[in-house]
Design a protein around this ligand. Sequence first.
Ligand code: F6R
Length: 361
Amino acid sequence: EKGGYEHYMLKEIHEQPQALRQTISGRLDTDIGDVDLNLNIPEEYLQSLEEVQFVACGTSYYAGEYAARLFEKIADVRATVSLASEYMFDGGRDPSRTLTIAVTQSGETADTLSAIRTAAEAGARTLAVTNTLGSTVTREVDDSMYIRAGPEIGVAATKTFASQVITLAMLSVYTGKRCGSLSGGRASTLLENMRAVPGAIQQVLDREQQVKAVAEEYADSDAFFFIGRDLGYPVALEGALKLKEISYDHAEGFASGELKHGPLALVTETTPVLAVLTEGSRSEKTLNNVKEVQARGAPVIVASSMENEKFVDELFKVPSAGLFEPLVANVYWQLFAYHVADSKGRPIDKPRNLAKSVTVE
Ligand code: F6R
């Protein structure tokens, strides 16, 4: 049932191109530059929208962080992200102009359910973005959207993260078109970029042997630091989460610009730094941060769509995909985490102390 793969996680990493084709299937109309999402959200409501709030936990929270940045760029709507366990409906918001979106693969995460109930009680409109038909969250919200990634068995979320980001990207196009802030031309480009993602991820998957060799070379490092900016920042956080949960190594994600405000003290020759340098991640600035860590002797592993990264220790090529390049780069971090953990013989599909679905607060 693992389709010849040693672990479900590896199978699910490799399923991403197919999962994403399902996610977008029948939903993109490139000719008119719009999406067909089968949602019944009134247009007047979207036109007067003041804020989109994402609530989620773990990997889904990082998908929310990616999506909030897309909403600001694509729909020009103020977007905030809360860890579900920290969520409050703050005063000063007009609930009738707020859309609260629960992002949850399982649809059963207790903290996320609690947050979406808080939003609904305050009077906000609610939407669930989930992989699970008929899950609890879908019964609590005004509208639901399915990410259609197919079942995910490995505890570490992989293909569902990619499908969540693309689903939320479609939703940002939907919102931008209906509130008049997104032109048809720009929307068409975004839809083309979305269509390019499955093929771009396939090219990354085809380079797995390169990633495996690099992962094995650095597996015994003291710690791993992931850095990124803008859309690259949630990918840094997600890369670090994946590595720590399945390898049990110390891994942290930082906003590139924050390194010099503290974390740089941790950087040595035995702490590789993994950086995202792509479109949508302000790579010229992150490049300066890469130089800072190199000056401290840290090995630098870069996932990049740029041409001139010859000075780094390891370079993983990211095919072009516009604002989704950081999402494509994330697949390198998934493979890296997998191969570090596999080289140590970890129980990858069932890491200690963790459950696939967390139904307590
Ligand atoms: C990490 C992981 C968890 C989940 C989190 C939320 O790999 O899988 O962090 O993302 O428990 O779960 P859902 O999305 O089901 O609400």
